[in-house]
Design a protein around this ligand. Structure first.
Ligand SMILES: [Zn+2]
Length: 145
């Protein structure tokens, strides 16, 4: 994203959940020392529900369903035991979106949704684990073409 002051390419300096579900506030900086904030949606805006009317379960169900739809797989696949790269990537994205949306939740609480061990949630929240999952899914998609 370009710096609004000088037009140089900016980098993300910090990132935290926004006030609305599925949004993140990013603090960015450019090589010329300008800092600015952006609010970025993780999902299409029309799919963002108002927080007040949603229980945590509604929000986690919705996150999982939207990510499943986007990946072209069933919700049951995300919640199940399938190990194909495409399913793993979607499952990891769901775990990370829920963790960002509910920063106070323990690994164990998130793990319960996916019937997995809490240490597995901790593993998938590591950026390099996520990058590896994304790379594997990209390879799989390229092979399908
Ligand atoms: Zn700048």
């Amino acid at each position: 994203m370009q710096c609004p002051k000088c037009g140089a390419d900016s980098k993300v300096y910090d990132s935290k959940p926004g006030r609305e579900p599925f949004t993140r506030i990013r603090v960015r900086d450019c090589p010329n020392g300008h800092m600015f904030k952006t609010v970025e949606g993780l999902l299409p805006a029309e799919d963002v529900p108002p927080r007040a009317t949603q229980t945590p379960r509604d929000v986690t169900d919705r996150i999982i369903r939207l990510i499943a739809d986007e990946a072209g797989i069933e919700v049951g696949a995300i919640l199940g035991r399938q190990r194909s790269p495409k399913v793993i990537e979607a499952r990891v994205r769901a775990i990370r979106t829920i963790a960002a949306e509910f920063p106070g939740w323990s690994f164990a609480r998130i793990a319960k949704i996916f019937s997995m061990d809490y240490s597995t949630v901790g593993y998938w929240l590591k950026d390099d684990a996520f990058r590896t999952a994304k790379r594997a899914a990209t390879r799989e998609r390229n092979l399908e073409r």
